[in-house]
Design a protein around this ligand. Structure first.
Ligand code: ADP
Ligand code: MG
Length: 448
């Protein structure tokens, strides 16, 4: 049933499994792939897969694992939430466990590079749970925390290092990390890692790696320019692309609501109050807006946490863990949390502001509808953001469903806000005071 087209293109073997969606339609999510128990992985990994209740590979795992085990270079593109992490973690752990014997050899054998610290921690955890009781040592380093403890751990002997490029470059330059034994390089969120902000760091680091190595790129989005750049960094890669037509996850029902900029907070308030049990992730454009929306929600009795690149690392970790554990039901974040973060039970993503870069629409809405779950995403679009919406539609190749609101419906949302009952002076005062100031607002509702 699967129609695999293989063609040669500038020396590239391109495998595009175009009809995987037919399989998914016919079989639901239960693709007829063999179970993990039938794979020839080392027993420890199989047991860990069982513990995690990963019974069958996802589409992207099914297609990537054999190629990675054969030592191929890979460019793998699949929608958000489809299990790309395990698609590289399982075979990498299998390869390294099979190679490492009792005597620990020095030097890191696999480097996984990711754009954010939170993602480094998350991927570290995935490697740890899949690699439990194997001979493989996993560790992560990232900026914003002291180097000392990281260096002490590195000296113990690490096989897989998960890292953000900045800290890694510092440690390599100071001689604390040797990369001369690296056999596998993984770039997760590869298009972002090869984008302008990161490419210099990546190129600098690649200079330290052995030329003969396996390179794996993983992402949910990629454009032609970045693809060419990725190709220039490897020898003879295989490209595996799942569901190439629509980059937005099929599990996400996404739509846009036209809301005036100044009314957005009323709509967010309404949404939270109408869905008191739901976990909601709200994306805003800037750090300042992040803190303002947080304060605006506090004023109407809604507790939230916020996250942006300007926060201290310890705060970032605490915020993430509070939200992941469901202690607080709403996280307001900038695009620093748009990529890769896996919080399994986010019910709604709200684009309070439309993203600046259209691909981030795909990543933001992809924070819901993960694995087999379904999710909803709403974008609040003001008149002045219409060009951004057009860019998003152009990028995803289709228009975003519009949620029509009657005039009366719109007015009702505004009329019902709690903040209308407050003194305007107080509101203006609060918007200009410190974002961290506590207003003593009681917790609005039960959280999960
Ligand atoms: P992606 O990187 O593609 O966005 P992740 O690797 O973060 O996705 O995985 C998304 C979710 O799917 C995670 O919660 C993960 O535990 C789950 N998952 C991954 N592989 C499987 C599998 N084979 N069976 C069941 N769940 C899986
Ligand atoms: Mg990922």
């Amino acid at each position: 049933m699967t129609n695999i087209i293989t063609h040669h293109d500038i020396g590239w073997r391109v495998i595009i499994c175009q009809c995987s969606w037919i399989l998914q339609y016919l079989c639901g999510n239960n693709l007829p792939y063999m179970r993990f128990s039938q794979y020839h992985f080392v027993d420890e990994i199989k047991r860990n897969l069982e513990k995690l209740e990963f019974k069958k590979p996802t589409d992207i795992q099914y297609k990537c694992i054999p190629n990675i085990l054969r030592g191929e270079d890979l460019l793998a593109i699949a929608q958000t939430g489809t299990g790309k992490t395990a698609a590289f973690a399982i075979p990498v752990l299998h390869i390294l466990h099979s190679k490492i014997h009792t005597k620990r050899e020095d030097g890191i054998k696999c480097v996984v590079m990711v754009p954010t610290r939170e993602l480094a921690i998350q991927i570290h955890e995935v490697f740890q749970s899949l690699g439990q009781n194997t001979r493989v040592n996993v560790f992560s380093v990232f900026g914003g925390v002291e180097q000392g403890p990281q260096i002490a751990n590195l000296e113990k002997g690490i096989d897989i290092l998960i890292t953000t490029p900045g800290r890694m470059f510092d440690l390599v330059s100071q001689g604390f990390i040797r990369l001369n034994r690296v056999e596998i390089l993984v770039l997760d969120e590869a298009d972002h890692m090869l984008d302008k902000g990161f490419i210099k760091d990546i190129r600098d680091l690649i200079r330290f790696l052995p030329k003969k190595r396996q390179t794996l790129f993983f992402s949910a989005t990629i454009d032609d320019e970045i693809k060419d750049l990725a190709y220039s960094l490897v020898k003879n890669p295989i490209r595996i692309q799942v569901s190439p037509k629509d980059p937005v996850s099929k599990n996400v029902d996404h739509s846009v609501v036209y809301v005036e900029m100044d009314d957005k907070r009323y709509f967010l308030e309404r949404m939270v109050k109408d869905n008191p049990e739901s976990k909601i992730l709200v994306f805003v454009r800037t750090k300042v807006r992040c803190e303002r929306v947080h304060a605006a929600m506090q004023r109407v009795g809604i507790e939230s946490v916020f996250m942006h690149g300007g926060k201290e690392q310890q705060d970032r970790l605490e915020v993430m863990s509070t939200f992941k554990q469901g202690k607080i039901q709403m996280l307001i974040a900038t695009d620093v949390s748009a990529r890769g973060i896996d919080i399994p039970d986010v019910d709604f993503v709200v684009n309070y502001d439309l993203p600046e870069h259209p691909e981030n629409y795909v990543h933001r809405v992809g924070r819901t509808g993960r694995g087999r779950r379904k999710g909803m995403a709403y974008s609040f679009c003001d008149e002045q953001e219409k060009p951004q919406l057009a860019a998003i539609e152009d990028y995803i190749g289709k228009s975003v469903k519009v949620l029509e609101l009657s005039k009366d419906g719109y007015k009702e949302v505004k009329d019902l806000t709690l903040s209308k009952t407050m003194d305007l002076k107080q509101i203006v005062g609060e918007l200009t005071t410190s974002p961290n100031k506590r207003y003593g607002v009681k917790k609005a509702k039960k959280t999960r």
